[in-house]
Write a protein that binds this ligand. Structure first.
Ligand code: ADP
Length: 162
């Protein structure tokens, strides 16, 4: 079966920053599941189905990527899938505190699954889904920040909202 990693997140929507982490993970692991976990603290723009479609289309050049969504706790999901690792991306120091809390709790919940961190590619260090949504909402230029399918989906979404 080989080594399996999970890239968890909200992916509302997937950005080139996410994609960079996913591509790098796909070179190290035999299989990578990109899994959407609904973050209760965030209200989402895209439905889970829409987010899955955008992830699938953005990763179709990578043969070892699977896309999924889950309502379980990440560590229960990881155990069910028999995952070897969870991969998270780190952008700025501000990500660190939050990630450290979650990782410590996750290790307590399931010490078998290792959490690995990947430093963002410098060009994406200020990139987040919320930033992209904010810019797109006001017709700003998001070229180079998101895959083409996401660009169209955002344009479509905000056309209806306006
Ligand atoms: P969550 O709500 O779980 O933080 P996100 O969709 O915001 O979900 O992020 C999912 C993962 O991708 C997180 O590990 C986050 O740190 C990482 N990530 C998001 N944007 C970037 C970026 N620009 N560069 C590197 N990693 C990123």
């Amino acid at each position: 079966m080989g080594k399996l990693a999970i890239c968890p997140g909200s992916f509302d929507p997937i950005t080139n920053g996410h994609l960079d982490i996913i591509e790098r993970a796909s070179k190290i692991f035999d299989r990578v599941i990109v899994a959407i976990f609904n973050n209760q603290a965030k209200t989402s723009l895209f439905s889970v189905e829409e987010r899955i479609r955008l992830i699938k289309e953005s990763t179709k050049h990578l043969p070892n990527i699977l896309t999924d969504s889950s309502d379980y706790l990440l560590m229960d999901y990881a155990a069910e899938k028999n995952a070897d690792a969870v991969i998270r991306g780190l952008r700025a120091v501000s990500d660190f505190e939050y990630e450290m809390q979650i990782t410590s709790m996750n290790r307590k919940l399931n010490p078998e699954v290792e959490t690995l961190f990947m430093m963002t590619n410098n060009q994406y260090s200020f990139l987040s889904s919320s930033m992209v949504k904010e810019i797109a909402k006001y017709d700003g230029d998001i070229f180079g920040l998101v895959p083409e399918v996401v660009h169209s989906a955002l344009r479509e979404k905000y056309r209806h909202i306006k």
